[in-house]
Ligand binder design. Structure first.
Ligand SMILES: Cc1ncc(COP(=O)(O)O)c(C=O)c1O
Length: 377
């Protein structure tokens, strides 16, 4: 079945005794045993819950994995993966990474004596050179946040596999609708379901999707033991959101291309970073490994004052963190999403006071452009 159908019907939807078309919300902490030593398949909701189970099967289906766990947030999903590592292990990660992931590496994994280094994961020579004896994994975010660099996933996987490393890909920006890293050889995909999957800026969620039964079993043990689980109400919101994933991804991508094209012609805009623009340096590699370019873009203004004015003046576009919802959101990575990245590193990566990041929603493109035009006047 095609993805447009699977987002609506995928994931082993259980037949409901009443014929309900929407998966019921099983708001229960525990499940009665039919008899001594017997189980319905569900014993306790921290470990398994029917609403969450359906969502997990749906994610595994959409990403082409053997299993998925649905966590309370994207960071909980990343932490669940982080629990695979032991003191002394070393992780390489894309150097242009979501600031929260960098904060997690520094403040949580670092305290457990897991070491890590940022590397340009689209440069396979640099990636291979950075591998040490203790390196266990490569953590890739592509396209990156907020500079929109694309890693050639299959090329990075080839390097990692020569050294026996796990490849973990944060697939939040493109969603399984546009990109399936497991099909390109990655071992684990993580998502912030808060973004495109949920799609409505109304629920937090995260996913870990695994490519092998061995990894699936290790992740399930961590997930059930620690309690990263997504609650049944939010699981239901995620299921509902995913039903329109295909429509939303297409609509917001169309808008993003229109806005990126308009922005680059504006005299107060110094640069536009959108992978969907044919002259973006990573356009070709993205076209080869993904079915679309998504709807995240960043742009540089001519000066800081103009950037701040845009944030102040937008009316339809909300000045808010997060991304991937039906509402367009604009953020200031320099002091918001990437505030925890040391300043010198931020500047080296182009994250300056002049840079804004735009998550394009599904409103009419002309209305979004009119809002930006007013804000830039
Ligand atoms: C690429 C990426 N990964 C992970 C996360 C963390 O997700 P959450 O906010 O759901 O914990 C975010 C949040 O912005 C993100 O942008």
């Amino acid at each position: 079945m095609e993805l447009e159908t699977r987002v609506v019907h995928g994931g082993d939807q259980p037949a409901d005794v009443h014929g309900a078309v929407s998966v019921p919300i099983y708001a229960t902490a525990t499940f009665a045993h039919p008899g001594v030593g017997q189980t319905t398949g569900y014993d306790y909701s921290r470990v398994e819950n029917p609403t969450r189970h359906h969502l997990e099967r749906l994610l595994a289906d959409l990403e082409g994995g053997v299993d998925a766990v649905a966590c309370a947030t994207g960071m909980a999903a990343i932490a669940c993966v982080g629990d695979l590592f032991a003191p002394g292990d070393h992780i390489l990660h894309s150097d242009d990474l979501y600031g929260g992931s960098i904060r997690y590496f520094r403040t949580v994994l670092g305290k457990r004596s897991v070491t890590f280094d940022g590397v340009d994961t689209d440069d396979v020579v640099a990636l291979e050179a950075a591998i040490r004896d203790t390196t266990r994994a490569v953590f890739i975010e592509t396209p990156t946040n907020p500079m929109m660099h694309v890693t050639d996933i299959a090329a990075a996987v080839a390097v990692a596999k020569r050294h026996g490393l796990l490849v973990i890909v944060d697939n939040t920006f493109l969603s399984p609708y546009f990109q399936n890293p497991l099909r390109l050889g990655a071992d684990i995909v993580v998502h912030s379901g808060t973004k495109y999957l949920g799609g409505h800026n109304d629920s937090l969620a995260g996913y870990v999707v695994t490519a092998s039964s061995d990894l699936a079993a290790r992740i399930r043990t961590i997930f059930g033991s620690v309690g990263y689980a997504l609650g049944p109400f939010d699981a239901w919101l995620q299921i509902r959101g995913i039903k329109t994933l295909a429509l939303r991804m297409e609509a917001s991508q169309r808008n993003a291309l229109a806005i990126a094209s308009w922005l680059r012609g504006h005299p107060k805009v110094a640069a536009v970073h959108y992978v969907g623009l044919p002259d973006h340096p990573d356009h070709a590699v993205s076209a080869q490994q993904a079915r679309g370019f998504g709807s995240m873009l960043s742009f540089e203004l001519v000066d800081e004052a103009t950037a701040l004015r845009v944030l102040d003046r937008v009316q339809l576009i909300a000045y808010a963190e997060s991304l991937g919802g039906v509402e367009s959101l604009i953020t200031y990575p320099f002091t918001q999403t990437h505030a925890d990245v040391p300043e010198a590193e931020r500047r080296r990566r182009g994250i300056t006071e002049r840079l804004l990041r735009l998550s394009v929603g599904i409103e009419a493109a002309d209305d979004l452009i009119a809002d930006l035009d007013r804000a830039l006047a």
